[in-house]
Write a protein that binds this ligand. Structure first.
Ligand SMILES: Cc1cc2nc3c(=O)[nH]c(=O)nc-3n(C[C@H](O)[C@H](O)[C@H](O)COP(=O)(O)OP(=O)(O)OC[C@H]3O[C@@H](n4cnc5c(N)ncnc54)[C@H](O)[C@@H]3O)c2cc1C
Length: 491
């Protein structure tokens, strides 16, 4: 089968579906859009063989952004539950900090079915059961994609722009066959988290709000249970949870070696479920909405987004572009923002008849300005936090995190640790001075990370308007990051 169109989107996850809708909507359906997903219709958007693996939490702000911009509406049953915020609990369970505003818990199996209705309404042609394996290149530009249908038939879709939304294991990005600034590989040891979760119902007989609260998503920081990551218990109802954790491979190896253990992701998730005293008699839900989606593991990138997300005729979005926030691995928000921004820029490039790297460059610039400018700072903070023992995390949350920091994190901004970076404040506050003397290295490092993050944000706000200036900008970025890694002992 061969199809010729204007835009082909690979991947029917949230990034691909919403990008396809955005291109159709912003072009008033004058651009022919084809979307390829390797799943059949009933399993559209399924990440892996085992399920639509996700924590299912998305902020109200992100979902409203995509609904307003695309003129679409999500409600029950794809939205399963509403929460007032995210509570982060210290390893010693003594400090509880409310981050992030209101949000929703999605049903990730049903959500793509609603997306399909909109895709069809917007005139997007969807090819189910097609595995896209290879980009087609001519004269150093991408002109389409090749794949195979379920029955082994070759499929070729030619397009002016190929959108790679095929998730974190993208083979298209990894084998991008033209010269470009797009990075092909991620540092799997350090910048990819192994993560998984159950969806469970349980008997609500033990009330303990540090373990389950239907009003809040709960994040437990614990370097023993989730080395280099965190555990979560997200409510999907009054007695239903999405419960799981993520780990960094090197941190897990270190922890296993230190304690003479042989834990893996699955054994850790099981330990966490058992440790959660509010989850009594856990069992897999039986109804259709969760069938085939009750337990699965996968991976999520936790570095800054790809420094460049465009090449001649090619753009990358969502997990394929490493968009999830480094600090909490939340990838739905950035995917939704990224889709709308990308859709607008693809339409502009096609209307201006320039789908080269330069013609598509506006996507890089706009994404960085709207969402991506914080991510390098979060990457440094995340890498530093991953090295801290539980004791330091509990101490830092109790004594060094200010109200201002919490407000910053709620706004998705980097905490500034004013308690530590404001010299006068430390000087005048005897109690704080005592705390700083107790953990001088922790205090110094957090202050350094906050200042470094400010520098990185300034650097990102100067993201080059033209591709010609990119190499110099990137070289400076890498200098900043290397300096941080050396200073914090992360190399
Ligand atoms: C365990 C876990 C928990 C998470 N929890 C949260 C959370 O609570 N909140 C949050 O915001 N984020 C969370 N994330 C991250 C979030 O799930 C992702 O950021 C989000 O799904 C990214 O969407 P995407 O469209 O880029 O990719 P995906 O959702 O991975 O979708 C990719 C799609 O492309 C298809 N595909 C892949 N390769 C091909 C191919 N070669 N040809 C055709 N089709 C292909 C896939 O089958 C899939 O349909 C979590 C991730 C994991 C793994």
């Amino acid at each position: 089968m061969r199809i010729d169109c204007d835009v082909v989107v690979v991947g029917g996850g949230p990034a691909g579906s919403h990008t396809a809708m955005a291109v159709a909507r912003f072009s008033k359906q004058n651009i022919r859009v084809v979307l390829i997903d390797r799943n059949e219709r009933s399993e559209f958007g399924k990440k892996t063989k085992r399920g639509w693996t996700c924590g299912d939490a998305v902020s109200k702000r992100s979902l409203e952004f995509v609904m307003e911009n695309l003129g679409i509406r999500y409600e029950r049953p794809e939205i399963e539950h509403e929460v007032d915020g995210v509570l982060v609990i210290s390893p010693d369970h003594e400090t509880k900090v409310l981050f992030d505003g209101e949000g929703y818990l999605l049903n990730r199996k049903l959500w793509p079915q609603k997306q399909l209705q909109y895709l069809e309404k917007f005139g997007v042609e969807v090819l189910f059961g097609v595995d896209a394996r290879q980009l087609i290149a001519e004269d150093n530009r991408i002109v389409g994609v090749k794949g195979t249908s379920r029955d082994g038939e070759p499929v070729e879709v030619r397009a002016k722009v190929v959108v790679d939304a095929s998730g974190s294991a993208s083979v298209l990005r990894a084998n991008l066959p033209i010269e470009s600034y797009v990075e092909r590989e991620i540092d799997k040891e350090n910048d990819m988290e192994a993560t998984g979760r159950y969806i469970l119902e349980f008997d609500r007989v033990v009330e303990d709000e540090t373990w389950f609260d239907p009003r809040y998503c709960i994040i437990h920081l614990d370097q023993f249970l989730a080395p280099g990551g965190y555990c979560w218990t997200f409510p999907k109802g009054e007695s239903k949870v999405n419960i799981g954790l993520g780990v960094q491979k090197t941190a897990l190896d270190r922890r296993n070696a230190a304690y003479g253990l042989r834990d893996n992701l699955t054994s850790l998730i099981d330990q966490y479920v058992r440790a959660n005293r509010a989850i009594v008699n856990p069992r897999e839900p039986e109804g259709y909405p969760d069938q085939g989606n009750t337990y699965s593991t996968w991976q999520v990138p936790v570095r800054r987004q790809n420094d460049c997300m465009v090449a001649n005729g090619y753009v990358v979005v969502g997990d394929a572009a490493w968009m999830p926030r480094p600090i909490d691995a939340g990838g739905l928000g950035p995917s939704l923002y990224g889709s709308v921004i990308l859709g607008r820029n693809v339409v502009r490039a096609i209307e201006e008849n320039d789908v080269s790297q330069d013609g598509l460059w506006g996507y890089n610039v706009e994404y960085v300005r709207v969402y991506g400018y914080q991510m390098a700072g979060f990457e440094v903070l995340r890498r530093y936090l991953q090295t801290l023992p539980n004791d330091d995390i509990s101490f830092g949350m109790k004594h060094f995190l200010s109200e201002d920091d919490i407000e910053s994190i709620k706004r998705r901004e980097h905490p500034r640790f004013p308690l530590l970076t404001n010299f006068l404040r430390v000087l005048l506050d005897a109690e704080l001075r005592r705390r700083v003397r107790e953990r001088p290295k922790l205090a110094r490092s957090l202050a350094y990370v906050a200042n470094k993050s400010r520098r990185l944000i300034r650097h990102y706000l100067n993201y080059p308007e033209r591709s010609a200036d990119f190499p110099r900008w990137r070289a400076q970025l890498l200098r900043e990051l290397n300096e941080a890694n050396e200073r914090l002992g992360l190399t």
